[in-house]
Every structure is written in structure tokens, then in C-alpha cells.
Write a protein that binds this ligand. Structure first.
Ligand code: AMP
Ligand code: MG
Length: 394
């Protein structure tokens, strides 16, 4: 059987970052920057007031109380200011440019609020309540680096430095296709021998949580031709495809039957539990990466975490590797098959981790009650209560 780490390494060696694309900044949420972003101007672009109050010469208000004439108002957005002469003040609003000659702002709270004359009760040292030009960003400073994930604050600074469009690696479009003659769409009646289809919903959501676009292509029966026709139709809009089911050792394995003859998808047994039957390769003229995951819901989920999620990061040009782990103390003994790495569903609380009781790869409710996977190495078959284990938080 193939080691888990080698399977991931093969996948990461095969996937490529998506080509960069210029998009409106509104559309950049969740994408990854494909260029450095520098500011063409300093930010703030000019000295301005941090408060509503009075622009003064600090020397004029060193001894208080003092009453001074108010020569006018400066509001945010004003330009063409007159310089402030000695012994004079002007009202000033937050964000308004500081008049030449002024070197401090007295907050309105320190005054009587007068409009013709104002009494100032507290001295303001030089520089008080002034935002200096360039104190956030100097002209030419790089404010975001290539490889940064674009969130709301990053969209804010893109706009703040005057950018309207930006070069990004887009969120990969991932089509999720389930197979199985036994699958019924949730919301429809359950026929005899059927189960409701859950994997395409779960995997499409996992794709979205991983920062990519997940599309459900629904499910097909176990007919390889139907599978292939649906896959072909979906390839147009896919940067990657995830299938579930139809890759085991039995009969009626449409994914394996349809894709094996192509010679571009490899089906292997990976030394893990759950999730042993795995397939990966490329399909179609554009050589779209395809992950053929096993159908058992817990197996497909664990496979996503271990293999697909890192691949989606690599496709976004981000550093990619195995999922991050923490160490914790296990609250009950655990068992694991020899020669396979186990991923046990568990509840992680602080520094302890409690395996859930139902560990079957079909037991999706137990997965939904878990928030972590305990990793048991290939050479361990059991670990006692109190053992320190490696845990993947979900
Ligand atoms: P397979 O990998 O196709 O042999 O399926 C393994 C098990 O997973 C079977 O019990 C299937 O009924 C179940 N299964 C397969 N696909 C799905 C799905 N999309 N949703 C829920 N269960 C599934
Ligand atoms: Mg099946």
C-alpha cells in the first residue's frame, strides 16, 4: 500500500497554480494576490486633524485659560487653505487638512466651543491630534505582498491606495460529482434500498471553506457511460473535479471503470483508515486534476482534508503541505489497524482529545459530532488512555 505522505506528495507535484487574472477589487474576496501592491501616494496624503476641534499654534495655548479669535472653519475635503497667523485659531473637523502655520489641534472638548472667539482650557503640545502625511504608508510602500489571501481589510487597503483592479489567482472552480445507484436527492422520498446523497453537499461545502468555488454536479448512477458524459459536460467549467464513490474493489465501480482506460488517472490503495481506495490524475484536453474519493462519507471527508485541501492551496499559489496538527492527551484507549495510519473522529477540548464512540467510515453523524481527527501512526495498533497523540483540528 502507498504511504499517505507519498500520495500527497504525488498530488502536490502534479497540480499547478492557476493563471493570474485581473479582477475588479469587489470581486477579489477570497482570491490570492498575484502581484505586490504599492501605494502611489503617502497615506494619509496630507497632514490632517484627528479630531473635531481648533487648529492652533501650540505656543499660543501654552498658558491656559486663553481666549483667541476664530478666523474660520476647515472641513474635511477643503483645499486652498489660508495660513494661520500668530494668535489666531480656526475650527477644524476630523480629516480636514491642517492649515499652514498650525502645529496642534485642540479637541473641542477642551474648549467652550465658541465660533467667533474660543476659550481654551487645556494646553495642546505641538503635534497634538494631528495625523501626519505618510504615517500609515509612505509613497511607494508595498502594502500587500503577492501570495496574501484577500479578505475584507485587504480589499479596503486596495481601495485606500486607489486601486480599482488587481491581479489575483482566482478561487479554483471545483465540480463535485457523486456516484451511486442507491443515492436519492435530499428532499425527495427515500426509495427501498436507497440513502440520501450527502457527499456532494459536504464536499462542495468543504471546497468553499477551503477558499475555492464548489459546485455540486449532483449524482449519477453506477453506469460508467452516464458518469463519463456528466464528467465531460462539467469539465468546461472546472479547474478541478472531485468524485465520490465507485472506486472500490467491487463490481459497479463506474469511476474506476470509466477512467482506468484513459491511462491518466491512477487508482491506488493508500495505507490509511478510513479512505484506503484513492484515485488521482488528470482528465480532458485541459488536463483538469481529478480526485476520485471513496464513497463512504467519512472516508471522502478525511480524504478531502488530507489530499484535496492542500492541493487547492497549491492551485491558489499558496504554500501547501499536510494539515496542521496539535498535540493532545487522549482520554480513552484507541485502536488502529497495523500498517495503516488511522484518522479517528474525536472531540478536542483544550489539551485533551476524546475519541467518539462510533468510528465506522459510514457513520457520518459521528463525524458531525467531532471537531478533530486523532492521527495514529502506521506502526501503532493501540494507544493507552493518557497517551500523547497528534491531532488535526477540523
Ligand atoms: P462506494 O465507494 O461507491 O463503494 O460507496 C461506499 C459506501 O458509501 C456505500 O455504502 C455507499 O452507499 C456510500 N455512499 C457512496 N456515495 C455516497 C454519497 N454521495 N452520499 C452518501 N453515501 C454515499
Ligand atoms: Mg458506489
Amino acid at each position: 500500500m502507498k504511504p499517505v505522505d507519498r500520495h500527497l506528495a504525488d498530488i502536490l507535484a502534479a497540480v499547478r497554480p492557476l493563471a493570474p487574472l485581473e479582477v475588479e477589487i469587489e470581486a477579489a474576496l477570497g482570491a490570492v494576490l498575484a502581484e505586490d501592491v504599492a501605494s502611489p501616494v503617502p497615506l494619509p496624503p496630507f497632514d490632517n486633524s484627528a479630531m473635531d476641534g481648533y487648529a492652533v499654534r501650540a505656543g499660543d495655548v501654552a498658558a491656559v485659560p486663553v481666549t483667541l479669535p476664530v478666523i474660520g472653519d476647515v472641513a474635511a475635503g477643503d483645499d486652498g487653505l489660508n495660513a494661520l497667523g500668530p494668535g489666531l485659531v480656526t475650527r477644524i473637523m476630523t480629516g480636514a487638512p491642517l492649515p499652514a502655520g498650525a502645529d496642534a489641534v485642540v479637541p473641542v472638548e477642551w474648549t467652550d466651543g465658541g465660533t467667533a472667539r474660543v476659550r481654551i482650557d487645556r494646553p495642546a503640545p505641538p503635534g497634538n491630534a494631528i495625523r501626519r502625511a505618510g504615517e500609515d504608508v509612505r509613497a511607494g510602500d508595498v502594502v500587500l505582498r503577492e501570495g496574501a489571501r484577500i479578505g475584507p481589510a485587504q480589499i479596503g487597503i486596495l481601495a485606500g491606495v486607489g486601486w480599482r483592479r488587481v491581479l489575483v489567482r482566482p478561487r479554483p472552480r471545483v465540480v463535485v460529482l457523486s456516484t451511486g445507484a442507491e443515492l436519492s436527492e435530499p428532499g425527495t422520498p427515500l426509495g427501498a434500498g436507497h440513502i440520501w446523497e450527502s457527499n456532494s453537499f459536504m464536499l462542495a461545502a468543504a471546497v468553499r471553506e477551503a477558499g475555492a468555488e464548489g459546485f455540486r454536479a449532483g449524482s449519477v448512477t453506477d453506469d460508467p457511460k452516464e458518469f463519463m458524459d456528466t464528467l465531460d459536460a462539467q469539465l468546461l467549467r472546472a479547474d478541478a473535479v472531485i468524485t465520490s464513490g465507485g472506486v472500490s474493489m467491487g463490481a459497479y465501480e463506474p469511476v474506476k471503470e470509466a477512467l482506468s482506460p484513459l491511462g491518466t488517472v491512477t487508482f491506488e490503495k493508500v495505507a490509511m483508515q478510513p479512505g484506503m481506495p484513492q484515485g488521482f490524475g488528470v482528465v480532458g484536453p485541459d488536463r483538469v486534476p481529478i480526485f476520485t474519493l471513496p464513497g463512504n462519507p467519512v472516508s471522502s471527508f478525511v480524504s478531502f482534508v488530507l489530499f484535496v485541501k492542500p492541493a487547492l492551496r497549491a492551485m491558489q499559489g499558496l504554500p501547501a503541505g499536510p494539515p496542521a496538527t496539535v498535540r493532545a492527551t487522549v482520554t480513552a484507549p484507541v485502536r488502529s489497524p497495523a500498517g495503516k495510519r488511522s484518522y479517528l473522529r474525536a472531540v478536542l477540548t483544550g489539551e485533551t482529545v476524546a475519541p467518539v464512540t462510533r468510528q465506522g467510515s459510514h457513520q457520518l453523524a459521528a463525524l458531525a459530532a467531532a471537531n478533530a481527527l486523532i492521527v495514529v501512526p502506521e506502526d501503532e495498533t493501540s494507544l493507552p488512555e493518557g497517551a500523547e497523540v497528534e491531532v488535526i483540528p477540523l
